[in-house]
Design a binder for this molecule. Structure first.
Ligand SMILES: Nc1ncnc2c1ncn2[C@@H]1O[C@H](COP(=O)(O)OP(=O)(O)OP(=O)(O)O)[C@@H](O)[C@H]1O
Ligand SMILES: [Mg+2]
Length: 254
């Protein structure tokens, strides 16, 4: 299994300037709690009928936690990730991530905050089919101020660490499901996000690939990367450091 050396201290080449924390929002808590979800709610309307997809969720997540989120279909798991990821607007409540209250960030600044602080991993990988593995990862850094050469170096290093050093120029259609998912993990890591949000990342892969993805998540978590994983798979959940259960939009912390 690839060693995850990428985030190790002293690897100066890959480091980016230290993230500034807004201590006024999180205070001392900011040191150990990377994220706080406070009374987060989402109500969709189907015609005039309200659908309470998430009800008053409160979660505190410590830096480096690998958090599993389980619940029946339609219970609100993807809604929770979409709200944390600022892909949907909350009906009520707050998401404070890495010192920033995401629910008060003006619409036009959301894409840059999202790019800087959040890494997404999806069930269907969502890679760009016409780009190589390397280009898919490098693309996610294109809006940062990192020069192209460094972006390519970092993308290459990430892919190598994920065991894809000999697949850099392969297009997604030339990669297996597990390889595509590892490219998407590299892409999610590219901008050193405060949190990775993974929605059923092992939903499409065989059990061997699933196990290798869990191992990558665990290694990243041990190095301080915070990861939230929505899963239907008890084998994934049992490897996580904590489990949240969600039923009808209500969260229970195990
Ligand atoms: N855009 C939307 N408009 C209306 N209702 C929605 C919308 N998105 C989600 N819902 C409803 O919100 C509830 C929660 O949906 P969500 O996608 O979060 O479930 P989930 O737990 O991720 O389910 P699954 O395991 O099937 O992916 C469901 O009842 C769903 O029908
Ligand atoms: Mg879902």
């Amino acid at each position: 299994m690839p060693k995850m050396e990428i985030e190790r201290e002293g690897n100066k080449k890959l480091d980016k300037p230290e993230r500034k924390e807004d201590k006024s929002v999180l205070g001392h808590e900011g040191q150990k709690n990377i994220m706080k979800v406070e009374n987060l709610s989402k109500t969709y309307y189907q015609g005039k009928i309200p659908v309470h997809a998430l009800r008053c969720a409160c979660i505190t997540v410590r830096k480096g936690e690998l958090l599993a989120i389980m619940g029946p279909s339609g219970s609100g798991k993807s809604t929770l990730l979409a709200l944390i990821g600022t892909l949907e607007k909350a009906t009520d409540g707050k998401v404070i991530l890495d010192g920033t209250d995401l629910t008060t960030v003006p619409e036009k600044l959301l894409p840059s905050v999202r790019r800087e602080k959040i890494g997404f991993i999806f069930q269907h990988y969502n890679l760009i089919p016409t780009l190589s593995a390397l280009e898919n990862v490098e693309l996610s850094m294109r809006f940062s101020r990192i020069p192209k050469k460094e972006r390519e170096e970092r993308a290459t290093a990430l892919l190598e660490e994920l065991g894809l050093g000999d697949r850099l120029s392969h297009k997604p259609s030339e990669l297996s499901g597990g390889e595509q998912q590892r490219v998407s993990i590299a892409r999610a890591l590219a901008n050193k996000p405060a949190v990775i949000l993974a929605d059923e990342p092992t939903g499409e892969v065989d059990s061997k690939t699933r196990d290798s993805i869990i191992r990558v998540f665990k290694e990243l978590s041990e190095k301080g990367q915070t990861i939230l994983v929505v899963t239907h798979d008890p084998e994934v959940a049992k490897e996580c450091s904590r489990l949240l259960r969600i039923t009808d939009g209500v969260i229970k912390d195990d």
